[in-house]
Design a binder for this molecule. Structure first.
Ligand SMILES: N[C@@H](CCC(=O)N[C@@H](CS)C(=O)NCC(=O)O)C(=O)O
Length: 323
């Protein structure tokens, strides 16, 4: 675990001293957009145009943020348009690495860096920006044409996938429809701070206060969502939206990792009947179960975070995910 400082890799765990034990996530650095291709002459000057086989997505199958982008690649039928590969589940002193190990092979997503055969993800960051300072995170949406990072922000990448390639795929499913945008944004905001990032705030807290400060709103949001889902199929009603998929990748890891490893243990997800049925519904959406790799998920968290789990023992359970 570490970060780049002016292009040099430094092995360092998250610092929480300045924040009284609180984990504070850094903002993403690369925030470019991909523009749909049009016949318009002007579009040729745009740096990132939607083109077939121009972009590559680097993910970790363990990471909930990267998982969102894999879900959207599936939902928007981008498998033959945007290539993909993953890192090894262990994130140790060199950060994310591309080492292939047969026992961690995934049937859908190959491990490694097919473009440059780099050993570590931090080499992609310095290729894109030799003096980069900051964390080396996944997902990374890479442009094979200009050899740089388009975006390392999952929230942006899923919106790019939602619309930018529609003319190529003819898949016009819209998970961020104009009429629902402000409601989606509002829900995303609460879910991001208290749940998506809330589990990390609990898990990486280094004081009792910081942990409790994150734990209470986390379970209030789960209670709030449980009530909401008593009356409707998805978060915004009867239609699946971006908000559901952003929530999904956190919920699917909840009982397996966050309950135990991150101490989010007031209740299991299994104890919430509506949320549990909703999670099952999302998991059973066509193609989605193929994006979930519990072996990578468990191995990554329990093995990589030795400050939290020094024995590196990976719990065998839970046996049941859905009722
Ligand atoms: N805001 C980013 C966060 C991505 C992120 O934090 N990914 C984690 C993996 S779950 C990571 O790569 N962490 C490495 C690090 O923090 O050094 C996004 O949503 O894309």
């Amino acid at each position: 675990m570490g970060l780049l400082i002016k292009g040099k890799w430094v092995d360092q765990w998250y610092g929480t001293k300045a924040t009284k034990g609180k984990f504070v996530r850094d903002d993403s650095e690369f925030r470019h957009q991909i523009i749909p291709r049009t016949d318009d002459e002007e579009s040729h000057d745009v740096p990132f145009l939607a083109e077939e086989n121009r972009y590559h997505l680097y993910v970790s199958l363990a990471c909930p943020w990267a998982h969102r982008t894999l879900v959207f690649r599936k939902l928007k039928q981008l498998e033959n348009i945007v290539s993909v590969s993953c890192v090894h589940p262990d994130m140790l002193s060199n950060g994310w690495k591309f080492k292939h190990e047969t026992r961690f092979s995934d049937p859908q997503v190959p491990t490694g860096d097919p473009l440059y055969h780099f050993d570590f993800a931090h080499q992609l960051y310095t290729k894109a920006m030799p003096t980069y300072t900051g964390r080396v995170t996944v997902p990374i949406l890479w442009d094979k044409k200009t050899h740089t990072i388009v975006s390392n922000e999952s929230a942006d990448i899923i919106r790019i996938f939602n619309t930018a390639f529609n003319e190529i795929t003819h898949n016009s499913k819209d998970f961020y429809p104009v009429a629902l945008r402000s409601n989606i944004d509002q829900l995303n905001d609460r879910i991001y701070h208290t749940l998506n990032n809330g589990v990390y705030k609990c898990g990486f807290a280094t004081t009792q206060e910081a942990y409790e400060e994150a734990l209470i709103p986390l379970f209030s949001t789960l209670d709030f969502l449980e009530d909401k889902l008593a009356k409707q199929t998805y978060l915004l009603g009867e239609q699946q939206t971006e908000a559901d998929w952003r929530l999904f990748t956190t919920l699917i890891r909840f009982d397996v990792v966050y309950f135990n490893h991150f101490k989010c243990n007031l209740k299991r997800l299994l104890d919430y009947p509506n949320l549990n049925a909703y999670l099952k519904r999302l998991y059973e959406t066509k193609g989605i179960s193929e994006t979930v790799n519990f072996q990578h998920i468990k191995r990554h968290y329990y093995y990589s975070h030795a400050t939290i789990n020094p024995s590196r023992i990976i719990p065998t359970g839970p046996n049941v995910l859905f009722n």
